[in-house]
Structure formats: structure tokens, C-alpha cells
Design a protein around this ligand. Structure first.
Ligand code: PA5
Length: 446
């Protein structure tokens, strides 16, 4: 089933003057990366086909949740939150189940969210791979406190998704007798959307998770068969681009339902490729900054920069060929000839014309750009799309010879938060932070 098409014509020098040649695409990087991908253990690649009994359990649990509750709150952040948001926004914006994903600890949002919850009708799903992220623990402590205060049992209102053994959540889940789903130890946060991290919230929202996994399995097969496949070529174009100073990767879906795919992609691309050292320990300061955009909205905000600014970007358009709803532009103000061309057309025609027009504008301005076309937005194509990006970033990491799957920079921030919040055992870290020179008043204004 060809639910996704990857078109890179506009990235070739024949079309865009700053694009790539056919010879560049024959780079040996492709074969080497494919070979490494085939031999390397990558936990996320087991997810499409290796979870039958877990999927059954998730579907059963989701059915029970849907009978008793009308609100499902995900407590988590980063890789434990962005996938659930992206998938629900793409596939279940109209679900009768309200999904709230906190993904932060802003006191105003926390207060507003918790104040309006009807605990009796709310199920919480606390998701954390490490089991100890401060933001997630603070969210959980708040939820647990509220559940107890209202006279309910924590184990009837909280499901845990975490590592089998490590972290505080595994301990809490065991002590409190929480229903628990396991995040496989070899699947990192940003690669976990197709594990229980994303599958449970999706199933609760009524999404066909088996179909999502089938889409991912299709993409895995497509990428396994040939070294030149959509994910490896997407990766190569970005890596070649980085070597030419294209340090920015723009993701611009032309569909509101795909807006949060860009947020999810941004984390995947940034955390996976942004690395100080390569696999040999050489300082490389690698990475490509992801930019989240939305078509057609950002044509009226950022596209001026993309067409005329520095040649530092490679842009990916996501186009939807068949929208799930259609609407015609009606006749109105017939005395104004200048707008008459719009009437009778559909909004699909308009948004897709905008997408094609912006691709054209970038191309003639010499800017390489790519198109991913989804036949339609459904569970299958979303599973395939997410998996496509996971494969692409893994290929890019192999081509760049870096560790795609760690995040030492994120861990550093987590440890510093522990120190600042007074966690025992982090006194030295706090002293280290205090040893920075004091701030100079003359550099503070206002
Ligand atoms: O991709 C990652 O590993 C991180 O962004 C994590 O998802 C994020 O820091 C949250 O971590 P955890 O799931 O351990 O709470």
C-alpha cells in the first residue's frame, strides 16, 4: 500500500540551484549507513511487529477506561508527551474522550487544568522512561494528592508506563499496585510513540493502534529492502545539506491535524543529532536545528525568510492528498471580480495550491525542498510517517557517525534541576553551579 510518497525532485540541482546532484546522491554514505542499520540492534524496530500480547492488553484496558471515564490525562514530558499529542491531534481531534497531555509544569496551566478536573471521570496515565523526571514526578504527586483528597483510590485512577525496574515510578507502581505498562529498556523516549507510551493514549482516544503498527511495519519493510529507500534518502539529503551549511531543517505540514507532528519531529531530530562528540570521541558539535512551521499559516509569517534569507535550510512539506472533510468556497460579493476565481473551488484545492505554490517559490529561489504526500490522514499513514522519521534520523545518525540514541545534554539539565530543587545527593552539583562567576549588574537592563 503506497500511503506515503516521498518526492525529492525539488532538492535536486536541476530544479533548485542550491540543491544536490545525482552524483552526490550516489554517496557511499548511503550503503555504509544501510549496512550499519541492518546489523545494529535498534530497540524501536521491534515495535511494529513484536507487541501482540501488549497490544491486546492495551486495547482491553482502553475499552475499560472508555466505559468509566471521559477524561484521560497524560502526565509526562518530552518523549513521553509529544507523541501522544501528535497522534491524537492527527487522528482523534473529535474523540469523545478528552485527552489532556501536560508536557510542562507551568503553574498557571497546572492550576487551571487540575481545578477543572472531575476526578471521578478522570484516568491519569503517568509516563516516564527514566521514572524520575522532576516535571513528571511533580505532576504525579499533584494528581495523587487530588485523587486521595477527593476520596478515591490512586490505583483506580492512575496507570503507569515506565521502565520495568529502574526509577521511582516502578517503585511507586509496585507499592500502590498500579496497572503498569512497560517501556522496553532499549527504546528511548523520543522513539517510544509506538510502544505503550503512545499506544495506550491513542487506543483510549479510539484510534486503531493495530493499523498504526501495520503502517510502521510497512515502512520498516520498505526501508529494509533497499539501501536507497525513502528514509535513507531523506537522511542523506539532510546530511549533505549540513555539510553545505544547511543547518536548519524546516518541517511544514499543510494540515492543521499534522501541526504537532512537527513538534514531535523537532524533538526527534534535535535530540538525536545534536551531539558534541562523534562515536570516536572527536568533538564535532553536530546537529541541525529543526523549525516547526504550519502551512498555509506560516506562508504569511516565515516563508519570506525561507525564500530570500540565508541558504541555510532544507524544508520538508507534508501534503494531504485527500482530506477527511471537504468544504466549498461559496459565491459571495459577486460584484468584486478579483475574488470570483475562488468561488466553487474547495478548501482542499486552496490549501494544496498554497503548498505547491510555496514549493515553487522556494525552488525557483534555489532552495532545496522535499515533499511527503499522505494519501490521507489515517492510523496507517500516521504509523508509517512516524516510523519513516524514526528510520530517517537513525540513518542520519549513522551517516554522521554519532550516537543517535543518547541525550547527555538533556540529562545534564535534569541533574542541574535536582541540584537547584535541593535533592539530597546533588550538593556537589549545586556547589559547582554556584561556582560560576556572579552576574554583573551592568549587563542586566530594565
Ligand atoms: O527523548 C528523551 O529521552 C527525552 O526527551 C525524554 O523523553 C524526556 O526527557 C522525558 O524523560 P522521561 O520519559 O524519562 O521522563
Amino acid at each position: 500500500m503506497r500511503s506515503i510518497k516521498f518526492d525529492f525532485n525539488n532538492a535536486m540541482v536541476k530544479m533548485a540551484s542550491h540543491g544536490f546532484s545525482g552524483e552526490e546522491l550516489d554517496s557511499p554514505l548511503l550503503g555504509k549507513a544501510h549496512e550499519r542499520m541492518s546489523s545494529k540492534h535498534m530497540g524501536f524496530r521491534k515495535l511494529p511487529l513484536g507487541q501482540e500480547s501488549i497490544v491486546q492488553d492495551i486495547i482491553k484496558t482502553a475499552g475499560e477506561i472508555r466505559k468509566k471515564f471521559n477524561c484521560f490525562v497524560v502526565l509526562g514530558i518530552g518523549g513521553s508527551a509529544l507523541g501522544p499529542i501528535a497522534v491524537q491531534q492527527a487522528l482523534a481531534r473529535d474523540s469523545s474522550m478528552e485527552l489532556i497531555v501536560l508536557d510542562n509544569v507551568d503553574p498557571e496551566t497546572m492550576k487551571r487544568t487540575f481545578d477543572k478536573l472531575d476526578i471521578e471521570k478522570t484516568m491519569f496515565n503517568v509516563i516516564t522512561k527514566s521514572g524520575k523526571t522532576s516535571e513528571t514526578m511533580a505532576q504525579l504527586m499533584t494528581a495523587a494528592n487530588m485523587i486521595a483528597k477527593k476520596g478515591f483510590k490512586i490505583k483506580e485512577h492512575v496507570i503507569a508506563t515506565t521502565d520495568e525496574k529502574n526509577g521511582n515510578l516502578a517503585l511507586i507502581a509496585q507499592k500502590e499496585g498500579l496497572k503498569t505498562f512497560i517501556i522496553p529498556s532499549d527504546v528511548g523516549g523520543r522513539f517510544s510513540e509506538l510502544s505503550p507510551v503512545g499506544l495506550l493514549p491513542a487506543a483510549v482516544c479510539g484510534i486503531d493502534i493495530k493499523s498504526m503498527l501495520e503502517g510502521a511495519a510497512y515502512m520498516d519493510k520498505l526501508c529494509s529492502e533497499n539501501e536507497k529507500n525513502p528514509a535513507s534518502v531523506f537522511a542523506l539529503l539532510h546530511v549533505l545539506g549540513m555539510n553545505k551549511g544547511m543547518n536548519v531543517s524546516v518541517m511544514i505540514p499543510y494540515s492543521d491535524s499534522l501541526k504537532y507532528i512537527s513538534d514531535w519531529y523537532a524533538q526527534l531530530w534535535a535530540e538525536s543529532l545534536g551531539k558534541r562528540v562523534d562515536n570516536k570521541g572527536n568533538e564535532v558539535f553536530a546537529g541541525q536545528t529543526p523549525v516547526k512551521a504550519l502551512g498555509a499559516t506560516d506562508q504569511h509569517s516565515q516563508v519570506q525568510l525561507y525564500t530570500e534569507g540565508p541558504f541555510d535550510k532544507i524544508s520538508t512539506f507534508i501534503k494531504v492528498e485527500r482530506f477527511r472533510q471537504e468544504m466549498h468556497i461559496p459565491k459571495a460579493f459577486e460584484y468584486v471580480d478579483d475574488i470570483a476565481f475562488l468561488s466553487g473551488k474547495t478548501f482542499s484545492e486552496l490549501i494544496n495550491a498554497e503548498c505547491a505554490a510555496t514549493q515553487y517559490a522556494l525552488t525557483v529561489a534555489g532552495r532545496p525542498n522535499l515533499e511527503i504526500a499522505l494519501e490521507t490522514v489515517d492510523a496507517y499513514s500516521i504509523g508509517a510517517l512516524l516510523y519513516f522519521f524514526e528510520m530517517a534520523v537513525s540513518y542520519a545518525g549513522e551517516m554522521m557517525d554519532i550516537n543517535t540514541f543518547d541525550q547527555p545534554g538533556v540529562e545534564q539539565g535534569k541533574l542541574a534541576t535536582f541540584a537547584l530543587m535541593g535533592k539530597p545527593g546533588f550538593e556537589q552539583q549545586k556547589e559547582k553551579m554556584n561556582s560560576l562567576p556572579p552576574k554583573d549588574e551592568k549587563w542586566i537592563m530594565g
